[in-house]
Design a protein around this ligand. Structure first.
Ligand SMILES: Nc1ncnc2c1ncn2[C@@H]1O[C@H](COP(=O)(O)OP(=O)(O)OP(=O)(O)O)[C@@H](O)[C@H]1O
Ligand SMILES: [Mg+2]
Length: 265
């Protein structure tokens, strides 16, 4: 069998290669982010394929969250370009980027404590513009079914009427992820989903993310190596703003530079 040849995009900007978006949903090209003379990011090329789950690891301050800020339009890169689904999105606003299909779960999940699980989900349904609209809107059965289907998957279906304040940390994470999915983002950025979770919650989170890969592309930022192992996906190691290594967990773990800078500490 002849191995499929994968074109090499590394020396071309995505707009110079008509094929790149067939392979990559997201492509970061020569991104730098400089704050007061400090280079928080200095990336060459990072491409994330359609329906890939990419794990990003690296020590504190490596630039992981800043990379998400750049993708989501929260931070403008100083130089370089971000490409998504065949178009350059570097100069788009945060709102526009959400609309074209990039969703993000922050390190601290955005959940409204005084609303029930169901109401939290309703707020994220497309067309819901704030609490008043949500409370007065009549949701059709399809929408309710979708909400319930997602809540079942994260084992929150029995808690639909529970106020979010009573949820465990893990349940809050799943609620935040599930409400993001309601807007059907093509790319999901998930910042430290396993931080502070129990072992069984961590495992369920891993299963959920792997299941989401069927319909979405994911970038998962994580510190917990057992969890990264469970995800069994391609890993990018960031260190001092640079992409130091990329490959399977086993490959990056045996990379001397990575051991020296991160894992060996
Ligand atoms: N808006 C900003 N202004 C100034 N410095 C910033 C800004 N955003 C990030 N930085 C700096 O960039 C570096 C990278 O930070 P970032 O939060 O991206 O790291 P991280 O890899 O997410 O770390 P952690 O694992 O602790 O979450 C840090 O030194 C941080 O202080
Ligand atoms: Mg961070």
């Amino acid at each position: 069998m002849v191995a499929a040849t994968i074109p090499d995009y590394k020396n071309e900007r995505p707009d110079q290669n008509q094929l790149w978006d067939k392979k990559y949903l997201l492509f970061l090209s020569e991104i730098t982010a400089v704050f007061d003379g400090f280079k928080a990011l200095d990336l060459e090329h990072i491409g994330v394929m359609h329906n890939e789950l990419r794990v990003v690891i690296g020590p504190n301050g490596a630039g992981k969250s800043t990379m998400c800020d750049v993708i989501t339009g929260k931070t403008r890169p100083t130089t370089g370009s971000v490409w998504f689904g065949g178009e350059e999105i570097t100069k788009k606003s945060e709102d526009e980027i959400v609309r074209i299909g990039i969703g993000r779960k922050f390190q601290t999940p955005t959940v409204y404590d005084s609303l029930t699980v169901y109401e939290n989900m309703e707020l994220s349904l497309p067309g819901s513009k704030g609490i008043f609209a949500m409370l007065t809107a009549r949701r059709n059965k399809t929408e309710r079914d979708r909400v319930m289907h997602l809540l079942e998957r994260v084992r929150l279906a029995d808690d639909v009427d529970t106020e979010a304040r009573y949820l465990s940390h893990g349940q809050r994470q799943w609620l935040a992820i599930s409400s993001l999915i309601l807007s059907q983002p093509r790319l999901l950025l998930v910042d430290e989903p396993a931080a502070g979770l129990t072992d069984s919650e961590t495992e369920l989170t891993g299963e959920l993310l792997l299941e989401l890969k069927k319909e979405h592309t994911l970038i998962v930022i994580e510190h917990d190596m057992d969890f990264v192992r469970q995800l069994n996906s391609r890993v990018t190691v960031l260190c001092e703003g640079r992409s130091m290594a990329e490959g399977s967990l086993e490959e990056v773990k045996t990379n001397p530079e990575v051991i020296e800078a991160y894992l060996g500490r």
